[in-house]
Design a protein around this ligand. Structure first.
Ligand code: ADE
Length: 244
């Protein structure tokens, strides 16, 4: 397949492009990449800097600690990504602890995107006008996303988490698509999801611990019912809610 026929394209911009590149190569994502199902570019943001020191950040207006990444640099990077893309709509992801929480539902939405651009910020983040500007562009959807309520040093690890969750949902990436149907967070309806039931394999007794009888019975209907109950129980216990 030629690169211009790839249906899913992800461009990651970062000051640590090698970190992103090597992490992606050593995974299931790397296989999908090699097979031509997706194309992922990991680009050096500093390539857009204008000075000898390749500066990409500056002090914040209004004062305060830390540095803010400059909108000029990000604007050029994102525009270049668009220039090389044939997609009509571009999904711009900005990982930030101040964003909406990343969920399986969001991963499913993004797995249908033709062209995803991920802008990995460092320091105190990216000048807020970058998000504002691209939100105003008709060919852009902007997603400011947090992978959880904690702070990490930059968007790179968050981008990797999101790419893993998104790419495995693209048809053809996972060898056995049935495995997608039976896992935690499989959506039962629009909002509710159940956590996965416990799994067991051989030996039947390990360190004195047996496997639940029902799983050895061969009774598929009863096993399915048992698994659903364990899923609800686990969801209730860990997350404090179920659909009941
Ligand atoms: N950058 C720093 N912390 C983050 C988080 N929790 N999610 C996404 N991006 C981040």
């Amino acid at each position: 397949m030629k690169s211009n026929e790839v249906a899913h394209h992800i461009d990651v911009y970062s000051i640590f492009p090698d970190y992103v590149h090597s992490a992606l190569q050593n995974s299931l994502i790397g296989k999908a990449w090699q097979s031509g199902l997706i194309e992922i570019g990991s680009h050096d943001l500093r390539g857009f800097a204008k000075d000898l020191h390749r500066t990409v950040d500056d002090t914040p207006y209004g004062g305060g600690a830390g540095m803010v990444m400059m909108p000029t640099i990000w604007g050029e990077a994102i525009d270049q990504s668009v220039e090389f893309s044939k997609a009509k709509i571009h999904d711009l992801i900005i990982p930030t602890p101040a964003g909406e929480l990343f969920t399986q539902k969001k991963a499913e939405e993004l797995s249908r995107a033709e062209h995803i651009i991920i802008a990995c910020g460092r320091y105190e983040g990216i000048d807020a006008r970058v998000s504002e500007y691209y939100q105003s562009q008709p060919n852009f959807r902007v997603h400011e996303i947090s992978i959880g309520d904690y702070v990490i040093n930059g968007g790179e690890a968050a981008a990797l988490v999101m790419i893993e969750a998104i790419v495995r949902l693209i048809p053809g990436v996972i060898g056995n698509p049935d495995s997608l149907l039976e896992e935690s967070h499989t959506l039962l309806d629009d909002e509710e999801a159940l956590l996965e039931y416990p799994s067991y394999t051989k030996p039947a007794i390990w360190r004195g611990l047996g496997v639940p009888e029902i799983l050895l019975s061969g009774h598929h209907g009863k096993i399915a019912q048992w698994r659903l109950e364990r899923s609800k129980e686990r969801t209730r216990k860990v997350r404090g809610l179920t659909r009941e």
